[in-house]
Design a protein around this ligand. Structure first.
Ligand SMILES: Nc1ncnc2c1ncn2[C@@H]1O[C@H](COP(=O)(O)OP(=O)(O)OP(=O)(O)O)[C@@H](O)[C@H]1O
Length: 656
């Protein structure tokens, strides 16, 4: 009876702190501002679990070899964890026996010492523990390396699988930093969960069960009560934590993005002499990041005080209860030492376990970019019933095509036209009218919002994307090159191309002679974004690539706009022959270059204004006729003066 009332008092005492927790966890100041109140603890936990689920495809490898290796690491880890827990549970019991034996009157002289128990204790505490932790550490390292590479590859593939919509909107700096740090970040977190958290949870369970068995139910319950209360204080108090971590992660990303963008566009910074402006912008971003770092410590100040109050009271109460029981049931001093050892170790384990709540929040905020990517579905992807594209003669048909990038502004409006296999269609018209968008839709960089695009009667959405793209040769408006040699950039179009084929393509694109004048010839490295090449050289490299590709459907988006008239004419002469048997879509501002097209489409404000052959459109005296006349007026005086090659420094670019 006395025990019950005594323990009842001690269960009740910690509960008095609950109202204080409730009071503290309601974020009064922020709650007044709508939208800024931190979410409740249960919501946060549900959200955290949902978020953690996103990482499962990352940490559970798909391929069999990785799976088998991870399973064997898992089995050895389980053995180590089991052995470690056993040692931890047995050590205090052996310690109790040592103390009880030392305490007994029979313990006199060397012979009376509990040699066996001491040897067992040393063996368990030192030899077995260091063996287990050594094996565990080595397995952890191997598992981490394995997982790190699996994660990097998975994320890289995920990035590659995204389509233009994602890549047009991404911020490369923070995304790339996230990807390159991701392996380490996710591995560190999950290996911490497996190698630290899991053993800690087991330690706590074993500790409570042992005390429950060795002492009694009341002591076990008191321990669970105190630990639960301590956990509640620790988890509930810093309820602003995630918001702060997220803000901090956002500030960090902004600083990385500014730095990355500035360095990538260093030339623009230099051209406009904006070094001071950029320094200020970057330093403001870094300053904001630092401010938030300081701010992040705020919720922990109070939380720390309350945690200490609960910890001090709780540890004291359980020890007091243990003393009372030991005294009541005439147990030895060894029992108290054992209890004290169990309890303090148990509590420090709970403490460490709860510290990892902060780590979880930090991890979730820091790795939000990875989560975003993992949850992202490519905007353009193969349907389940998609089939391989089968090329016939390359007939292209747009039927009532509508398209909007953002779901708000229609960039392509009800466009219909058909171009037969082996024919050339030219799309001309005002700048920003949507011509390049038509080309992007034709390569299925985006899916149409409405209507259909068919090639050889097959709706592009019904065929496998890669099987269709194999038949495309494309020169885009903004040409992408790798910071590699000219040769490597050329061979990118056709990995099996021989040196002769590459040189022939470069001759056709009027580039070979130029390359031969470079110090390293074809081995010349082009620099980031091809900065070491002129605009005209870049375009000719892109044309050579398109030729090497040898595809039957050709898309040229202002492919020769940076070339002088003579060079352009030379290339066009070659292309006209090369076009034979190919279906060609050309976007051009210089109307003279497409006068021979089988079909010319005048495009304005996302719509087809006129369509027909060159002479037909001129005869109509409509939009095309106006464009033609404007260009003729601008072009004729300069052409009458004669034009030289680009190498001779004469630019033949005419305005639309
Ligand atoms: N990735 C994108 N996201 C959102 N809007 C875009 C994107 N690309 C282009 N646009 C918008 O779509 C419209 C049509 O652009 P598009 O590049 O197709 O025109 P264009 O006729 O090829 O122009 P130009 O002759 O100047 O190259 C423009 O208003 C442009 O701002």
């Amino acid at each position: 009876m006395a025990t019950t009332s005594f323990t009842g008092l001690y269960y009740a005492a910690p509960l008095l702190i609950l109202p204080a927790i409730y009071f503290l966890r309601s974020p009064k100041k922020d709650a007044k501002k709508p939208g800024t109140a931190p979410p409740g603890a249960s919501f946060r936990w549900r959200k955290a679990l949902d978020d953690l689920r996103t990482y499962i495809p990352l940490v559970v490898p798909k391929d069999r070899i990785h799976q088998r290796r991870m399973l064997s690491y898992g089995a050895i880890t389980a053995l180590c964890i089991g052995a470690g827990r056993l040692v931890k549970a047995v050590c205090p019991i052996v310690m109790r026996q040592i103390i009880d034996k030392l305490d007994s009157p029979a313990s006199k002289g060397l012979a009376g010492l509990p040699w066996m128990e001491i040897a067992l204790f040393v063996m368990l505490r030192n030899v077995v523990t260091s063996l287990v932790s050594g094996v565990s550490r080595s397995i952890r390292m191997r598992a981490s390396h394995e997982l790190g590479s699996v994660i990097k590859l998975t994320l890289y593939n995920k990035l590659l699988d995204q389509t233009a919509e994602y890549h047009d909107n991404k911020r490369s700096g923070s995304m790339w930093t996230a990807i390159s740090n991701s392996g380490a970040m996710v591995v560190e977190f999950f290996s911490y969960l497996v190698f630290h958290e899991l053993p800690m949870v087991l330690d706590i369970a074993v500790g409570v069960a042992t005390c429950w068995t060795v002492f009694d139910r009341n002591l076990g319950l008191a321990m669970v009560g105190v630990m639960a209360l301590y956990a509640a204080v620790s988890v509930c108090l810093p309820s602003e934590m995630r918001i702060l971590f997220q803000s901090f992660a956002g500030a960090k990303e902004r600083a990385v993005d500014i730095g990355y963008d500035t360095i990538l566009n260093w030339q623009t910074v230099a051209d406009f002499n904006r070094f001071d402006h950029e320094r200020t912008r970057f330093s403001n971003a870094v300053h904001a990041e630092r401010e938030l770092q300081v701010e992040m410590e705020r919720p922990f100040r109070w939380a720390g005080i309350w945690r200490n109050v609960v910890a001090g009271t709780g540890v004291g109460l359980v020890c007091l209860l243990g003393c009372y029981q030991i005294q009541k049931s005439n147990r030895g001093a060894g029992d108290f030492v054992m209890l004290f050892q169990f309890w303090t170790e148990l509590f420090s384990t709970v403490d460490m376990l709860l510290d990892s709540v902060t780590m979880l929040e930090h991890f979730l905020a820091d790795s939000s970019k990875i989560r975003e990517l993992m949850q992202m579905q490519p905007a353009v992807r193969d349907r389940e019933d998609a089939v391989d594209f089968e090329l016939d003669d390359g007939t292209i048909e747009f039927e009532n095509v509508n398209f909007s990038y953002d779901g708000q502004r229609e960039v392509v409006k009800c466009v219909s036209f058909k171009v037969g296999g082996g024919q050339t269609v030219a799309i001309v018209g005002e700048t920003g009218g949507g011509k390049s968008t038509l080309v992007k839709l034709l390569c299925r960089a985006y899916d149409v919002t409405d209507g259909a695009i068919r090639v050889d009667g097959q709706d592009l959405r019904s065929v496998r994307l890669s099987s269709f793209r194999e038949h495309l040769s494309l020169v885009p408006q903004s040409i992408g090159v790798f910071n590699m040699s000219i040769l490597e950039n050329l061979r990118y179009a056709n990995l099996n191309a021989s040196s002769e084929q590459i040189e022939d393509a470069c001759r056709a694109a009027a580039l070979h002679d130029k390359i031969m004048k470079f110090q390293d010839g074809y081995a010349q490295v082009v620099g980031e974004k091809g900065v070491k090449l002129s605009g005209g050289e870049l375009q000719r490299l892109a044309i050579a690539r398109a030729l090497l590709r040898e595809a039957r459907i050709v898309l040229f988006d202002e492919a020769t706009s940076n070339l002088d008239a003579e060079t352009e004419e030379r290339i066009q002469d070659y292309l006209r022959k090369w076009y034979a048997g190919r279906t060609v879509v050309v976007v051009a501002h210089r109307l003279a270059t497409v006068a021979n097209a089988d079909l010319i489409i005048s495009f304005k404000d996302g719509q087809v204004v006129e369509a027909g052959r060159h002479d037909e459109l001129l005869a109509k005296r409509g939009y095309f006729y106006q464009l033609w006349n404007k260009q003729r007026l601008a072009w004729e005086p300069s052409s009458s003066k004669g034009s030289g090659s680009e190498e001779e420094g004469v630019s033949g670019d005419a305005a639309t």
